[in-house]
Design a protein around this ligand. Structure first.
Ligand code: HEC
Length: 105
């Protein structure tokens, strides 16, 4: 019984370590806001909007910059020190932002 509890606790800890934390991502996104905007709507003409993009897509792009599979003079440097957890948190934060579209007439 005790062993089972230990295993369950370890699983809970492991789960917590990999689960994306939107609030942590929001906090970490302060460094991204200069270019991608406070809420993921870009403030630079050459930086893409991140708000509302799928979490899987964002995480994949950040991992690609980190590994060198995708390169960009700025993003490669920014993504290099990010941990898997930070990438998941940041991606979860931007994916959690909802975009409303309106057609211009
Ligand atoms: C100095 C400006 C700058 C900062 C700071 C910055 N970015 Fe970027 N980011 C860019 C530019 C420019 C691109 C487009 C790069 C390209 O063409 O590949 C980009 C691209 C991206 C993409 C790919 C988006 C797509 O649609 O494919 C992601 C994801 C991203 N940035 C996340 C972040 C995160 C997360 C941070 C903060 C940890 C951050 N960026 C900080 C300028 C910046």
């Amino acid at each position: 019984m005790r062993r089972l509890l230990t295993i369950l606790c370890l699983m809970a800890i492991a789960g917590a370590a990999t689960a994306a934390d939107v609030n942590a991502g929001k906090t970490k996104s302060a460094v991204c806001a200069v270019c991608h905007g406070v809420q993921g709507l870009s403030t630079l003409p050459n930086a893409p909007n991140l708000a509302g993009q799928p979490q899987i897509y964002l995480a994949e792009q950040l991992k690609n910059y980190r590994s060198g599979k995708r390169t960009h003079e700025v993003m490669s440097v920014i993504a290099k020190p990010l941990s898997d957890q930070e990438i998941e948190d940041l991606s979860a934060w931007y994916a959690s932002l909802q975009i409303v579209l309106r057609e211009s007439k």
